[in-house]
Ligand binder design. Structure first.
Ligand SMILES: C[S@@+](CC[C@H](N)C(=O)[O-])C[C@H]1O[C@@H](n2cnc3c(N)ncnc32)[C@H](O)[C@@H]1O
Ligand code: SF4
Length: 462
């Protein structure tokens, strides 16, 4: 029986609970600015295409959903107006064609992710049209990972078949919590049968890498009710489970105010929910990868973590390191070499840019050398749970202890609590430090001090 190898110490976790980034990028999105222009993006794209031999990772953002889940932190558009969707899909194709015209045809796509919102909200015929269009613009590696986020509500076998025919070999489905009272409190009504069916259909179609999303920290959850959800998910045996820490950010997502604040679990209760999650999943044989993600030991994520080839990008953990990322659709982020570029964040502004024949870039950032060094350190800590100073010194020609003097000062607190081991050679995350990866990474973030005291930006770390 797999054991988590650490215990969840409530007092300790509570002490470290503060707002912090999830580090799907470094620098984080609040650093991106409008001084990065569409023209700059075009120049960077041309430079990338001349210089880069990296394969491609593609992200498609399908923002639409049928109804609003009150907890939702994603970039969504709640609509049942099908003509809006057609207009968006045609803009998406224009954007892919525009960017695609700058990219050498020989560069293989090793990863394609359909994210949302809810990609399965499209009609199967729309999925097929988009699939064919993408296939006409890019060449795919034989072992490309093609994944889609689906919502079991409203899903049909035909939707899944359309995705599978387009090469989808991984699905990720939103469940959140099976408990009816919790579902009512967050306005997400999802009878368990729909989830069973989505899993059964996926397996029947040969899509045998399944991820299930859960959220802990939702209103009315108790360790007892959430344990029932976890046991039920374990019985369904998905390859991966994401048990997300509820990001409660009502200042950024005002609809979260629809959740009755008095129904939210207390800080103590939330830590209990985390404890029950880790213990249940570990007992069932899942490995804790880090940052809310669990995987079976035979899953690629767990193997990549053991082999230290794991990577982290905007979609979370991944095994496809070293690809240049191109994001299409509203709010999508592209990241290649030292460039981050994020698209317009509303449908209206996105459509307006595309319909004028422009790149729909809204904000962006070009990393400097210090960013590159810190990005690498944070990435390796999040993926490998350790860094070897010599490796970083050789890679970036720095003296680690000198360069990170301030960071090492901040790390002392973690070391004295037994959350980090700091030796002459290495920095290792140990024990319950795994639950505080965000906090540990924050020690290496050069931008946080300047963000302190500004309007709240990030969700809480615990
Ligand atoms: C794009 S949705 C998944 C697909 C589909 N829209 C659905 O909900 O079934 C991505 C996932 O993000 C997670 N999520 C959304 N809002 C969140 C929040 N505020 N805090 C933590 N996780 C959240 C949910 O687990 C959700 O399944
Ligand atoms: S959780 Fe999924 S279905 Fe619910 S509003 Fe967010 S993106 Fe849409």
């Amino acid at each position: 029986m797999e054991r988590p190898g650490f215990s969840v110490n409530a007092e300790l976790l509570k002490r470290f609970d503060k707002p912090g980034p999830r580090y799907t990028s470094y620098p984080t999105a609040p650093v991106f600015s409008t001084s990065y222009t569409r023209k700059r993006f075009e120049i960077d794209l041309i430079r990338n295409n001349h210089g880069s031999t990296h394969p491609l990772s593609i992200y498609l953002h399908i923002p639409f959903c049928d109804t609003l889940c009150y907890f939702c932190g994603c970039t969504t558009v709640i609509t049942n107006n099908r003509s809006n969707i057609e207009r968006y899909l045609s803009a998406l194709q224009k954007e892919i064609a525009l960017t695609g015209s700058y990219i050498r045809k020989g560069r293989p796509v090793t990863q394609l992710h359909w994210g949302g919102g809810t990609p399965s909200y499209l009609e199967p015929s729309q999925i097929r049209v988009l699939n064919r269009f993408i296939a006409s613009q890019f060449s795919f590696a034989d072992d490309a990972e093609i994944s889609v986020e689906i919502d079991p509500r409203g899903l049909t076998f035909d939707h899944l078949r359309a995705f599978r025919d387009g090469g989808v070999n991984r699905v990720s489905m939103g469940v959140q919590d099976f408990d009816e009272r919790v579902q009512n409190a967050v306005h997400r009504f999802q009878p368990a049968d729909l989830t069973y069916q989505a899993i059964e259909w996926s397996r029947k179609l040969g899509i045998d890498s399944i991820n299930v999303d859960l959220i802990y920290g939702l209103p009315l959850q108790t360790p007892k009710t959430f344990k029932k959800t976890l046991d039920e998910i374990v019985r369904l045996s998905p390859e991966r489970i994401a048990a997300f820490n509820f990001a409660y950010v009502p200042w950024m997502k005002p609809h979260q105010k629809l959740i009755h604040a008095e129904d939210l679990p207390s800080a103590e209760m939330k830590i209990e929910l985390l404890r029950v999650t880790i213990e249940t999943l570990a007992e069932a044989g899942y490995e804790y990868i880090g940052m809310d993600h669990f995987a079976k030991p035979t899953d690629e994520l767990a193997i990549a973590q053991r082999e230290k080839t794991l990577y982290r990008n905007f979609q979370g953990y991944s095994t496809k390191a070293g690809a240049d990322l191109f994001g299409f659709g509203m709010s999508s982020i592209s990241h290649f070499e030292n460039v981050y570029a994020q698209n317009e964040k509303t449908v209206e502004t996105y459509l307006a840019a595309i319909e004028q024949g422009e790149f729909p870039v809204d904000v962006g950032y070009r990393m400097n050398r210090d960013d590159e060094i810190r990005k690498y350190v944070i990435l390796r800590l999040m993926c490998d749970l350790e860094i070897t100073k010599e490796e970083i010194e050789d890679r970036f020609h720095i003296d680690f202890d000198e360069y990170f003097d301030d960071s090492l000062d901040q790390l002392r607190e973690f070391v004295s609590e037994g959350l980090v081991r700091h030796t002459i050679e290495k920095i290792q995350v140990i024990g319950a430090g795994r639950l505080l990866l965000r906090n540990i990474a924050m020690c290496f973030d050069a931008y946080l001090p300047a963000m302190k005291g500004a309007t709240p930006i990030f969700s809480r770390t615990v």
